[in-house]
Design a protein around this ligand. Sequence first.
Ligand SMILES: Cc1cc2nc3c(=O)[nH]c(=O)nc-3n(C[C@H](O)[C@H](O)[C@H](O)COP(=O)(O)O)c2cc1C
Length: 337
Amino acid sequence: MLYRLLFRRVLTHVDPETAHHLAGRLIRLAGAVPPLRAAVTASFGRMPDGVTHRVFGRDLPGRLGLAAGFDKDATMALGLRAVGFAFVELGTVTAHAQPGNPRPRLSRVLPERAFVNRMGFNNHGAAAAARRLARLRRTAAGKRLVVGANIGKSKVTAPERAVADYVTSARAVAPHVDYLVVNVSSPNTPGLRDLQATESLRPILAAVREQAAYAAGRDVPVLVKIAPDLADGDVEAVARLAVELGLAGVVATNTTIAHEHGPGGLSGAPLLPRALEVVRRVRDVLGPDPVVIGVGGIGRAADAQAMLDAGATLVQAYTAFVYEGPTWPGNLNRTLR
Ligand SMILES: Cc1cc2nc3c(=O)[nH]c(=O)nc-3n(C[C@H](O)[C@H](O)[C@H](O)COP(=O)(O)O)c2cc1C
């Protein structure tokens, strides 16, 4: 209630990226100071004992996690857990640090409870993320977290050299994470989504899987994140490739370019129907065992439940967290169980 008022009266008058940085500071603070973290967890993020979900060889306290793009540089994981996300996907990180597209590059579409973003993978680079993750994992609270890393292609890297670029990121972060996501679906790096074609994707996924395991000294679950704009046949082709390569699963979906609000990817409520359809198709091809992370337009518990009914193992959200505020993830996770 309070947050909705704050959002409507104050935050909507602030540039959305500036508001994001402000929120980021608060979340980092909530994670960094142990007594504060305990208080935030007690108010927002507490999960009833005894119910866990076994995924990636870890016990997750709930099914809702934070989607990629919010914590691009791996600085907020503890605070995000404290507000009630059961797991956190960091990134997208790229092999080379890069500034992303010029601002403004994030806009609200208020009536649709949506965002359009053309961030372009602004991040400090995979090596910096790896250093932060290593530090996080040395702490007891950091070890308890379930953390994934989402990796993308650097803008300066030509598509022909994409395999080496993804492998550099995979090797850097794999030792510190519970799962890796190969992102070939963001609309804001020119040519990136063409890598979803199976002949381009196969060598990337195979190399990432092998090199991640080598760098980490264990099998690291690798998933591929796809766009909602793929034709149904292409969704199924990627899912078949995931089966062929023995991947851990698929993340569906990224933002869509099918909208009329200018360049960039649309996230939030309008995405839900197509994301559900993609999850259903992916699950059909994968069979019961691989992990499907359903993401796109989840706002209410019923939306998350629909994702699970469509075949998702876990769900993620980004946009609704911003619209609904810090009580939202914990409430949804508690409702889902
Ligand atoms: C501002 C913004 C930045 C994003 N950045 C990334 C990213 O770096 N990598 C990625 O895989 N997805 C990124 N996404 C997509 C989200 O992870 C998610 O797939 C999408 O927003 C749909 O979920 P939602 O409707 O709950 O927001 C971003 C989304 C937003 C709104």
